[in-house]
Write a protein that binds this ligand. Structure first.
Ligand SMILES: *Cc1c(COP(=O)(O)O)cnc(C)c1O
Ligand SMILES: [Zn+2]
Length: 502
């Protein structure tokens, strides 16, 4: 819709003009630091940071009702910079001018209600919010759009030049970082560190295709993370892991979109998501807290974090019911099909502890829960979802398995609707599906295939035929007719088809 066609009273608010004063806030010593420099940890105490707007209170001068209308009208605006995460510009990056925003089509991902068959199996009403439908096929694009828009802004301001963006990754972070960096040629180059053989071939192909320098390192993600931290401490590089608080800001858009998708009514809603490095749950919690503070939503939805039994440090921490006795212990992970969440020492753990506290306090009761699920359940639920119209990745399977478990445990009530995060696209993890269909998972996974869920291609090559067409070798007409006839017959037999009566 053209700008002048919007209602007169909304026009002045359509284009963002909130004077934000974002600062890094240390979660250790609470000190604040200027955002004019790229910081990952507190220069005073070394703890992780979150970005806070010191002028957040100015957002309260606009009523919740007006904010809701602003966001709803912005959906109709044809300005690329305001289409993705920055539809919520005032809440995500108020100091970033629209002309510095990098928009590659991220965010505004679809919300798809499960069909009746799947809802019945899973024990209640739910929707997938498909973050696999982002440009690099995972939610990581939300955070990268924020981090790279900020880097672009620093470049334009002359605060930075010749940026080398680096990250460690379980696959999707590097795909997203390499993609956004490649858009900013030639000022930004990227290098990514991956645990050798612990990312899928599809994920490996992504940063290679985007032209990043790719390093494979023995060990698991947690080992790569240590190397990348050392790199960012000793050399002049921009760290793009979720330690980077700009990533968190961008990922808050997931919560804002859910709120908007449900007409801002978060009553009886539950958001379910997998936890790896714990950046995403941090963002989701913070996003809902900010919308609640601004009066845009009235109720905080329940949040359920899901972990595999093979990588469950956050679950283990919260399984101690007495908060005073809780102690965080990093773990050595075992192989998981939810491979992008196979992390034993999540960087954002201090953020989680801080925000879970805030969230429950603000809600006046416990609203954040953790559940753990087996590898078997992750695969089974992923396959069941995808046999019913979804494109869930293994982590989407993990979320669904988590929802089923939470319903059984009474954490989710019958009258509550779940919104389930499929964090990436199924295609990225098709190797695990193949292992399932061939029933050849290595023992450590403890996954055994349910024959009802196995699916294999059928090779059709009728015995009676002597000649077959090949590339550049078409069959003579008679033989080709015979070929079509016999192949058709065999397929019809396999499908138990009946001949149409004339
Ligand atoms: C990164 C990632 C996760 C884990 O998210 P965190 O923010 O690290 O907790 C889950 N699923 C997919 C597909 C991912 O790429
Ligand atoms: Zn500090």
């Amino acid at each position: 819709m053209k700008f002048e066609d919007f209602p007169k009273e909304i026009q002045p608010l359509l284009m963002p003009n909130h004077q934000g004063r974002p600062v890094y806030r240390c979660l250790g010593c609470r000190q604040q630091h200027s955002i004019e420099k790229l910081l990952y940890t507190c220069p005073s105490c070394g703890k992780v940071l979150l970005i806070e707007d010191n002028n957040f209170s100015a957002l309260l001068n606009i009523s919740g009702d007006t904010w809701r209308r602003i966001f709803d009208y912005r959906r109709m605006l044809n300005i690329p910079a305001l289409k993705g995460i920055y539809r919520y510009h005032e809440f995500i990056g108020p100091q970033i001018p629209l002309e510095n925003i990098i928009y590659l089509g991220e965010a505004h991902t679809p919300l798809v209600e499960a069909n009746a068959v799947l809802q019945k199996m899973a024990g209640g009403r739910f929707f997938y919010k498909n973050d696999g439908q982002n440009p690099s096929a995972s939610f990581k694009d939300r955070g990268m759009a924020s981090a790279f828009s900020y880097i672009n802004y620093l470049l334009e301001q002359g605060f930075l030049k010749d940026v080398l963006a680096v990250c460690a990754s379980t696959g999707d972070t590097s795909a997203a970082a390499a993609l956004y960096a490649s858009y900013l040629q030639p000022g930004v180059k990227s290098a990514v560190l991956l645990p050798h053989k612990k990312v899928t071939p599809q994920q490996l192909s992504q940063p290679l295709g985007s032209g990043a320098k790719v390093f494979e390192i023995p060990g698991v993600f947690d080992d790569c993370m240590k190397v990348v931290e050392a790199l960012s401490e000793q050399y002049n590089v921009a760290l793009l892991n979720s330690k980077n608080a700009w990533r968190i800001l961008g990922q808050e858009s997931y919560s804002y979109e859910i709120a908007q998708d449900f007409e801002y009514d978060m009553n009886h809603k539950v958001v379910v998501l997998p936890i790896g490095n714990a950046g995403n749950i941090t963002a989701v919690l913070n996003g809902f807290l900010k919308f609640k503070a601004a009066g845009i939503i009235e109720t905080l939805p329940k949040i359920i974090g899901v972990q595999s039994e093979h990588a469950n440090p956050v679950y283990t921490y919260y399984s101690e019911s007495d908060p005073k006795k809780r102690k965080f212990i990093p773990m050595r992970v075992k192989p998981s099909v939810a491979q992008a969440a196979m992390i034993g020492n999540p960087v954002s753990m201090p953020r989680v502890i801080y925000l879970v506290n805030q969230y429950n306090q603000r809600a006046g009761k416990q609203k954040v829960f953790m559940v753990e699920v087996s590898e078997q359940k992750i695969m089974d639920w992923q396959l069941k979802a995808n046999r019913n119209g979804h494109i869930a990745c293994t982590h989407g399977g993990e979320s669904l398995a988590g929802m089923v478990k939470a319903r059984k445990e009474g954490i989710i009530k019958q009258d509550e609707t779940a919104i389930i995060d499929s964090t990436a696209h199924a295609i990225k993890f098709s190797g695990f599906q193949e292992s399932y269909f061939q029933n050849n998972f290595s023992q450590e996974f403890k996954i055994f295939s349910n024959p009802d869920l196995i699916n294999q291609p059928v090779f059709v090559k009728p015995q009676v035929l002597k000649a077959f067409p090949g590339q550049g070798r078409p069959l003579p007409e008679d033989e080709f007719k015979l070929f079509v006839k016999e192949v058709t017959k065999e397929i019809a037999m396999a499908l138990h088809l009946k001949k149409e009566s004339a």
